[in-house]
Structure formats: structure tokens, C-alpha cells
Design a protein around this ligand. Structure first.
Ligand SMILES: NC(=O)c1ccc[n+]([C@@H]2O[C@H](COP(=O)([O-])OP(=O)(O)OC[C@H]3O[C@@H](n4cnc5c(N)ncnc54)[C@H](OP(=O)(O)O)[C@@H]3O)[C@@H](O)[C@H]2O)c1
Length: 335
């Protein structure tokens, strides 16, 4: 039977600083009948990601913001419930950029059918956007060599946990920085990081890095920015590469943070710093996903999913990313 009502989270107001429950509003809307070529899907897992903070801000970014009143954007795994498109049948699982809503109608373009023999949730994580971010941000931007020291901030998150494991596959010495003893234990024991520290129990980030990187730093994969990133500059080896993936420590700032001026250290190290966007690598996703899937199958990449139950918990699941409530890839299980 055709479902009648959709539940959607729309942007209620642009946040000033940390988003709150009032940033989003839950509304109900009718679900139209399908036209020829269309597919109706129901969300199974919806992804919450730090980049969404940029979408609800009015500041200049690489993508258009969500307007107040519009459905919040985001990726998800969904199940086809009705189809008037010969390429999809009820029961198929798809990867779809459907936003924060229970149902979505697609014209069949820009949705990817998933192999149900692989856990479908991985399409939003290790075998999806965050795994691909780790892959290209490390391999393409930094080209790590065996024996080099790779430091990763946000190391117990969706991207960071995979970066360390790819670096290990490439024969590097891996050092992770994460916000909790349990997170540090997980990346050391499960993800195979060679060394790690909890930045929430020390102020001496440089001292800890000096201890854990006796040969200096060749590659820094930055997920967080701020004082953690400041600490790496004095330890860079000649020819170091820095991949700027994310700056989550800055996303809720209401004023630009003034940091120490460290660019001179890049001259000393003749180092390269590069920002990147995973979407720029879209034409190479296919082979990258094959390689990532091979590593997962071989047990060379372990992953953790941090599943929050219930559609209505999307806002709190998202807000929790900014206090480190998640370990690994955070998803909301909808149905
Ligand atoms: N460039 C791209 O194409 C691209 C694509 C995807 C993601 N990203 C970026 O990559 C980064 C990681 O994304 P993800 O999806 O893997 O998220 P995630 O790491 O799974 O979750 C966010 C983590 O950030 C850490 N964090 C939050 N506030 C922090 C702060 N003030 N200082 C330091 N750490 C803080 C928390 O871990 P702790 O407990 O360790 O603090 C939290 O668990 C984000 O910055 C994101 O914007 C970029």
C-alpha cells in the first residue's frame, strides 16, 4: 500500500554557534503518487556528518546552504518500497542523497543499487563517503611512503580510523590523536595504530607528539584544526605533506580564531599543505571502492559503526559529533 505521510526535518533557524534542538523542526507532508520512471524509497540508515554544519550556516562554502524551511540534506541507505522504474524493484537497497526524511521519490538517477551481501550500512561509511575521503585524502594528497610517520587527528572518527589503517597498509608508522581513553584503546587495539594519545587529558600536545614521533612527522592528516594542528608544525620533516580534510574544532566558532602564526615552519620543512574535497574524486570512486572493499574483506581495515536508533534522534545524533559522542561512523537507524 502506498504510504501517505512523510516525516521530514527542515532547517528551522541558522544556528549561532553550536546547533541546538531548535535548529531543526519535524514536519509531516503527504507523499505524492509515483510518475513513470520514479522510485519511492524508505530510509533505513541516514548519515550524520560534520560537513552538515557548513550547510546550515550562511557562510561561503563549496556547496549551496540549506535554506530555512528546506529539508536538511544528507546521504542515506534506503529500501525501494514502490517502483515505476524498470531498473529498481521493491526490496532493493540503494545509496541515495535523500536528506533527513523517512521517504524520498527519485527519478532513478543519482542513486546506486547496493549489493545486499555486504552490510548495507557500510555504503555511508567505510565503503562510502568517509572511507573514500580517507583513501583520497591520504593516498592522493600525501602519497605516504613505507617507513614514514603519519599523524592523524580525529583518529577515532569515521575518516580518521580508516586513514590510519590505510597508512599502515602502506607500511607507515601511524600516530593517532583522539578525544577519549576508550577511543585511544580502540584505535590501538583494533585499528592497528602504532601509537596514540588522548588530547583531552593533556595540554602538552607537542610534547606527546615528540615522544610518539621520534623520527619527526612526514604526513599529517588533519580532521580537526585548532591547537592540535598547531602542535605538529615544529615536528615536520623536510618534504612533509599535510592534508587538510576537516577543521571540526572551528565549525561552531562565532568568531575567527586567531592562532599562532606557523607558516614559517613550512619553509624550514619545505612542506606542502593541501585542502581537498572527496567529491572532486568522483570519477575515481569505482576502483577506490573496490580496493577498500578488498581491504575490509581481508581484515586489513576494521570499522566501527556508531548507530543511534530512531528517526526523531537525527538532530541530537548530529549535534553529538561536535562533542565526540561517536566512535567510528555515526548513523541513524530509521527502519
Ligand atoms: N574534505 C572532505 O571531502 C571531507 C569529507 C568528509 C569529512 N570531512 C571532514 O573530516 C573530519 C572528520 O569527519 P568524520 O565524518 O570522520 O567525523 P567523525 O570524526 O566521525 O566525527 C567527528 C569527531 O570530531 C571530533 N571533534 C569534535 N569536536 C572537536 C574539537 N573541538 N576538537 C577536536 N576534535 C573534535 C570528535 O572526536 P574526538 O572525541 O576525538 O574529539 C568527533 O567524534 C571532519 O572535520 C569533516 O568535516 C572532510
Amino acid at each position: 500500500m502506498h504510504p501517505q505521510t512523510n516525516r521530514q526535518f527542515v532547517l528551522a533557524a541558522r544556528p549561532n554557534g553550536m546547533p541546538t534542538a531548535d535548529t531543526f523542526k519535524l514536519i509531516e507532508t503527504p507523499i505524492p503518487e509515483l510518475k513513470d520512471g520514479e522510485v519511492l524509497v524508505r530510509a533505513v540508515y541516514l548519515s550524520v556528518d560534520p560537513y552538515m554544519r557548513g550547510r546550515i550556516s550562511g557562510m561561503r562554502s563549496y556547496a549551496a546552504p540549506v535554506e530555512v524551511g528546506q529539508v536538511m540534506v544528507g546521504g542515506g541507505v534506503a529500501k525501494v518500497v514502490e517502483s515505476k522504474n524498470p531498473d529498481f524493484k521493491p526490496g532493493d537497497f540503494v545509496d541515495i542523497y535523500m536528506g533527513w526524511q523517512e521517504y524520498s521519490i527519485s527519478n532513478g538517477k543519482n542513486i546506486r543499487k547496493l549489493d545486499p551481501s555486504i552490510p548495507v550500512s557500510t555504503a555511508e561509511g567505510v565503503l562510502g563517503m568517509t572511507g573514500l575521503t580517507a583513501y583520497f585524502g591520504l593516498l592522493d594528497v600525501c602519497d605516504p611512503k613505507p617507513g614514514e610517520t603519519v599523524v592523524v587527528s580525529g583518529a577515532a572518527g569515521a575518516v580518521g580510523s580508516v586513514v590510519g589503517q590505510i597508512a599502515k597498509i602502506k607500511g607507515c608508522h601511524t600516530v593517532g590523536i583522539a578525544g577519549g581513553d576508550d577511543k585511544v584503546a580502540w584505535i590501538l587495539e583494533e585499528c592497528g595504530y602504532d601509537a596514540a594519545f588522548n588530547y583531552k587529558t593533556t595540554n602538552d600536545y607537542s610534547g606527546r607528539l615528540k615522544e610518539l614521533c621520534p623520527q619527526g612527522i612526514d604526513v599529517y592528516f588533519d580532521n580537526v584544526g585548532g591547537p592540535i594542528t598547531d602542535a605538529i608544525f615544529g615536528l615536520l620533516n623536510v618534504g612533509a605533506r599535510i592534508s587538510i580534510c576537516g577543521q571540526i574544532s572551528q565549525y561552531n566558532n562565532t568568531r575567527l580564531e586567531m592562532g599562532p602564526r606557523l607558516l614559517g615552519a613550512l619553509i624550514v620543512a619545505r612542506a606542502k599543505v593541501q585542502g581537498f574535497l572527496v567529491s572532486d574524486y568522483a570519477s575515481r570512486f569505482g576502483p577506490a571502492l573496490m580496493e577498500l572493499a578488498g581491504w575490509v574483506r581481508a581484515g586489513k581495515i576494521k570499522y566501527r559503526e556508531d548507530i543511534v536508533e530512531g528517526f526523531e534522534n537525527l538532530p541530537s545524533a548530529f549535534i553529538g559529533l561536535f562533542s565526540g559522542a561517536n566512535t567510528g561512523k555515526r548513523l541513524v537507524h530509521v527502519s
